[in-house]
Design a protein around this ligand. Structure first.
Ligand code: PGA
Length: 304
């Protein structure tokens, strides 16, 4: 049976997403390339790996068996590359980090500083919403994760990182702009622009509104923090977003933070690794570097 490591990589991504387009996006390949790789692998195996029923893609029995073996091969390969990286020390090797979108205003810069100390290491940074990061975590795709709502059902090592407050953001000229301690029910008639389902920001804001006994009148859903800021600036509604999404650019973007009672929602990011996972020398060094940043920042974060 002749197959390549690359075909297994492509197959694993299609099997995980059960979707050729999403696998192609993740791997930065075209969809015909992905289909071709899967087709060649199926020919090598001698059985179909996927079946299409209606619009849905399913793994066949051969596909499920191959997926299990593929993950074992990847695990063995990861252990091998980690041993080799450790033998090379901090001079070479790969660091794989996945972070939620709110952390992208922060972690890439830290990665930059870290890499400048070890210029020969290779870094793969994945930025996605909370559900997608949780999925990567459950498939053990990265060395380390930064997220705001770690999944409660998995055995994880969870360490508080930095504060990530969620604030109410409105257009600059909003009637409540500049007022102090606005009562929450002043927002009862507002239209909210919310992140997509699967976003940790959305999860936390909806929980907070539910705790306050306030309905959230969601009029629009958008997939990125930046698109929401633009929509808010354009007067389409108000939003609850991480304060980090505006940074010091509120004026420039055309938005402002409202001072609403019960806000900010005090949240934090966590550094998350699977319990018992043996980190490579590089991943351990990056982990320790993040903890140093936390110590230096003096911003205490609550426990998960
Ligand atoms: P997200 O970020 O909204 O992109 O999922 C998650 C978080 O801050 O918890």
């Amino acid at each position: 049976m002749h197959f390549t490591y690359r075909q297994l990589k492509v197959f694993e991504a299609v099997a995980r997403h059960l979707n050729y387009t999403r696998a192609a996006e993740e791997l930065h390949l075209t969809q015909p390339t992905v289909s071709m790789q899967v087709k060649e692998l199926a020919e090598a195996v001698g059985l179909p790996l996927f079946e299409q029923i209606g619009k849905k893609t399913y793994l066949t029995e051969a596909g499920r068996e191959l997926l299990m073996s593929t993950r074992e091969i990847f695990d063995a390969w990861d252990r091998f590359t980690m041993t080799v990286d450790n033998l090379k020390g901090l001079s070479r090797g790969k660091l794989r980090v996945a972070i939620v979108t709110t952390a992208k205003y922060f972690v890439p810069r830290l990665l930059g500083e870290f890499v400048s100390r070890y210029p020969d290491i290779e870094v793969a940074l994945e930025v996605a919403n909370r559900d997608a990061v949780v999925e990567r975590l459950s498939n053990n795709l990265d060395d380390l994760y930064v997220m705001g709502v770690p999944p409660p059902s998995m055995p994880l090592k969870i360490e508080p990182f930095l504060a990530n407050p969620l604030v109410v953001i409105a257009p600059k000229a909003h009637a409540l702009a500049g007022r102090t301690r606005v009562p929450i029910n002043a927002l009862a008639t507002e239209r909210f622009i919310q992140r997509e389902k699967g976003s940790g920001t959305r999860l936390a804001s909806e929980r907070h509104f539910a705790d306050l006994g306030m309905p959230m009148n969601i009029k629009m859903e958008l997939g990125t923090n930046e698109a929401i800021l633009q929509a808010v600036a354009g007067g389409l509604g108000i939003a609850v977003l991480s304060r980090h999404t505006i940074g010091r650019h509120a004026e420039e973007i055309g938005v402002t933070e409202l001072d609403v009672a019960g806000f900010p929602i005090e949240r934090s990011w966590y550094i998350v690794t699977p319990e018992g996972k043996k980190l490579s020398v590089i991943a351990k060094a990056f982990h320790d570097y993040l903890l140093q940043v936390r110590e230096a920042s003096n911003v205490s974060a609550p426990n998960a």
